[in-house]
Design a protein around this ligand. Structure first.
Ligand code: 5RP
Length: 230
């Protein structure tokens, strides 16, 4: 898939998800290029249809995009529940287990997913796989990075500190932490691996989302339109 086709597929999925937002909803706003399209379209619908939407961002990036789009932004502690969350994913398996965190936002994304009644995962077709095989992002308290790396190697993973693209040094998350991208090959038991990773001292959250399949619908953008996986 060319970069242009890939972006178009993301736009189609993001826009389709935005159409499911209804007047009065509290909506979780995911992070990443696909979720940004949904944020943009929700903003347009607010202008065009005068619907009222409260947006709960999952990152500073999505908060800024939402403000630019004219969406009322409220922080997660300001609401008791979220009607619908629209978010992207790095990989989606056949049972709707996810790998997230390509944008280093998976801790807040998981908090928002957890508070949500329904979750729309928006993606292009390259993200769908029978099994999870992508590296798992793990948000780590900087103080504990070396020790966490040792634990991850003992679990069979190969951790790499994520480096910032335009400066010399590690990526710093919105929570002030580092991210270790951890290759495990094919992940046969994602829930068990998630439990082990999350139990390591110094790990804030890993990017394996294994507990939300029942409330997830996946929207895959394609050149002919949007395909829904339930
Ligand atoms: C951010 C995420 C993103 O949702 C994920 O990386 C997908 O991004 P994109 O839509 O740009 O492909 O988990 O932490």
């Amino acid at each position: 898939m060319s970069k242009q086709h890939n972006l178009e597929a993301k736009r189609i999925a993001g826009y389709a998800a935005a159409e499911q937002v209804q007047d009065g909803m509290v909506v979780g706003l995911g992070t990443g290029s696909t979720a940004q399209y949904a944020i943009q379209r929700v903003g347009e619908r607010i202008q065009e249809e005068r619907i009222a939407v409260t947006g709960i961002p999952t990152s500073y990036q999505s908060a800024l995009r939402a403000r630019e789009a004219g969406i009322l932004v409220v922080d997660l502690p300001g609401v008791s529940s979220i009607d619908l969350t629209i978010d992207g994913a790095d990989q989606i398996d056949a049972r709707f287990n996810l790998i997230k965190g390509g944008g280093a936002a998976h801790t807040r994304e998981k908090c928002v997913a957890d508070a949500s009644e329904r979750i729309l995962i928006v993606a292009d077709a390259t993200k769908v796989s029978e099994c999870l095989t992508a590296p798992v992002p793990v948000e780590v308290v900087p103080y504990a990075t070396v020790g966490v790396g040792r634990h991850i190697r003992a679990l069979g993973g190969e951790p790499v500190i994520r480096e910032a693209v335009r400066k010399d040094g590690p990526v710093i998350t919105d929570n002030g932490n580092f991210v270790l991208d951890c290759a495990f090959g094919t992940i046969n038991e994602p829930a068990a691996l998630a439990a082990r990773l999350n139990a390591i001292p110094g790990v804030l959250t890993c990017g394996l989302f294994t507990e939300y399949a029942e409330k997830i619908t996946v929207l895959i953008g394609e050149s002919e339109g949007c395909r829904t996986l339930t």
